[in-house]
Design a protein around this ligand. Structure first.
Ligand code: ATP
Length: 300
C-alpha cells in the first residue's frame, strides 16, 4: 500500500505545482481559458538579449481560426523606449502582450527581439527576459517576502529588500511586526489594490528584465495612489524597453510612441502631441477621458 501511495503523492505534488503555475500565469493575463500548448522548436537556442529591440512585423492572430483579432500589426519599439498601446475595449491590446510572451503562436508575420524570432528561441529564455506587471496581481498564501522573491529563482533576501524599496513598499513592510515574513493573501494580511501592485512591481524588480509589459490596472485606485504608482513605474521603465497596455490616456502622455489599436489594426500612431494635432480617434478619446477625469475629481 505504501508503495502504491508514494507515486500518487508525488503526482499530486507535481499536479499542484503545475496547477499553481498555470493559475498564476493565467491570472497575469486575465485569461479564462488555459492557453493552447506552445512548444519549443527542436534544438531551439536561447534568446540573447543585447539591447532589447522589440519588433512586430505584419503580425496576424486569432484565438479561433474563423475570427482574426490582430490583422497585420507592425510595431517597432527601439531599445529602452516606451510604447503605449491604447484603443477601445476588445481592440486586441492585451492580446499583443500575450503574443510577445508567446502564450500563443501567430497565424502570420513574426515578432523579434534583437533580430531573433521569438517563436524560434527557447521559451524559458524568452520569458526570463520579459517582466510583466499585470492588471491584478494574484498573491500566494505565503509571506510577502516569498511573493516578491517569486520574481526570480534564487533571489536573496537583500535583493528582495532592495526591490521592495524600489517599488516604494519597503517602508510599509518594515512597519509590519514580522516584516518580510508577514503572511499575505487570503489566509494572511489583506493588501490594498495599490499595495498589491507594488508587490508586483517589486517582483518585477527582482527579475530585473530588459523588457517590460505593463498591463495597466482597470480597477479603480484613488487618484493619489494611482499617481504614486505611476511615478514608481516611470522609474522602473528607465533603461528598459517597455510596452504599456493603457486603459486610461492620462498615463501615456510621456510615452515615446503611442499606437491606437482599433478592431485589430493600427488606426493611428505618434506621440501625444502629434496625435492630438491629428484630431482623430486619439484626440476624441482624450477629450472624452478629460471630461470623465474632471467629473471624477469633482466627485472625490
Ligand atoms: P480591454 O481594453 O477591454 O482589456 P483589449 O483591447 O485588451 O480589451 P483583448 O483582451 O486583446 O482586448 O481581446 C481582443 C479580442 O479577443 C476580444 O474580442 C476578446 O473577446 C477576444 N479574446 C480575448 N481573449 C480570448 C481568448 N482566450 N479566447 C477567445 N477570444 C479571446
Amino acid at each position: 500500500l505504501v508503495q502504491l501511495f508514494r507515486p500518487l503523492d508525488l503526482l499530486g505534488m507535481v499536479y499542484r505545482t503545475i496547477r499553481q503555475g498555470v493559475i498564476d500565469m493565467a491570472a497575469m493575463f486575465d485569461l479564462v481559458d488555459t492557453p493552447a500548448e506552445v512548444v519549443d522548436a527542436p534544438g531551439a537556442p536561447p534568446l540573447l538579449v543585447s539591447q532589447g529591440h522589440v519588433r512586430f512585423e505584419a503580425v496576424r492572430f486569432g484565438y479561433d481560426a474563423d475570427r482574426d483579432i490582430l490583422k497585420g500589426i507592425d510595431l517597432d519599439v527601439p531599445p529602452g523606449s516606451t510604447l503605449a498601446v491604447v484603443g477601445p475595449s476588445g481592440a486586441g491590446k492585451s492580446t499583443l502582450a500575450r503574443l510577445l510572451y508567446r502564450f500563443y503562436d501567430l497565424t502570420g508575420g513574426r515578432i523579434t527581439i534583437d533580430g531573433q524570432d521569438i517563436a524560434l528561441v527557447r521559451q524559458a529564455s524568452l520569458r526570463a527576459a520579459i517582466g510583466i506587471v499585470p492588471q491584478d496581481t494574484v498573491l500566494f498564501n505565503d509571506t510577502i517576502g516569498y511573493n516578491i522573491a517569486y520574481g526570480r529563482e534564487g533571489a536573496t533576501e537583500l535583493e528582495v529588500a532592495r526591490a521592495a524599496d524600489g517599488a516604494a513598499i519597503g517602508g510599509f513592510i518594515a512597519s509590519l511586526p514580522e516584516g518580510l515574513n508577514t503572511r499575505v493573501g487570503e489566509r494572511g494580511l489583506k493588501l490594498s489594490g495599490g499595495e498589491k501592485q507594488r508587490v508586483a512591481i517589486a517582483r518585477t524588480l527582482v527579475k530585473d528584465p530588459p523588457i517590460l509589459i505593463l498591463d495597466e490596472a482597470t480597477s479603480a485606485l484613488d487618484s493619489r495612489t494611482e499617481a504614486e504608482i505611476q511615478e514608481t513605474l516611470a522609474r522602473i521603465e528607465r533603461g528598459r524597453t517597455t510596452i504599456v497596455i493603457a486603459h486610461r490616456l492620462s498615463t501615456v502622455v510621456d510615452a515615446d510612441q503611442i499606437v491606437v489599436l482599433d478592431a485589430g489594426r493600427v488606426a493611428e500612431r505618434g506621440t501625444h502631441a502629434e496625435l492630438l494635432r491629428k484630431a482623430g480617434l486619439y484626440a476624441e478619446m482624450w477629450a472624452r477621458q478629460a471630461q470623465e477625469r474632471a467629473a471624477a475629481l469633482a466627485a472625490e
